[in-house]
Design a binder for this molecule. Sequence first.
Ligand SMILES: [Zn+2]
Length: 91
Amino acid sequence: MSVPKQRRTKSSKKKRASHFALKGANMTKCSRCDKPVLPHRACSACGYYRGRQVLAVEAKELKRMEKEKAKREKDAKKEEKKDEKAKKVQV
Ligand SMILES: [Zn+2]
């Protein structure tokens, strides 16, 4: 491997690095709900692509809500157990 002959100055290093920043994704608008979507992808908000439903967004949403509810109940049970332990320690 070749070795650099001279060190790069701060300014030349920074000049080169000025082009390293990432550019934002090129978003288009959903034809149905006008939300920003990536081109050639189904809309994550309404599940439509090229004028027809391709994703069951409502089913996904329901599943997600059920998952959250289950997690909340689990956390509540944990809290109860903690409280019981604390009470036992006090007595
Ligand atoms: Zn949409």
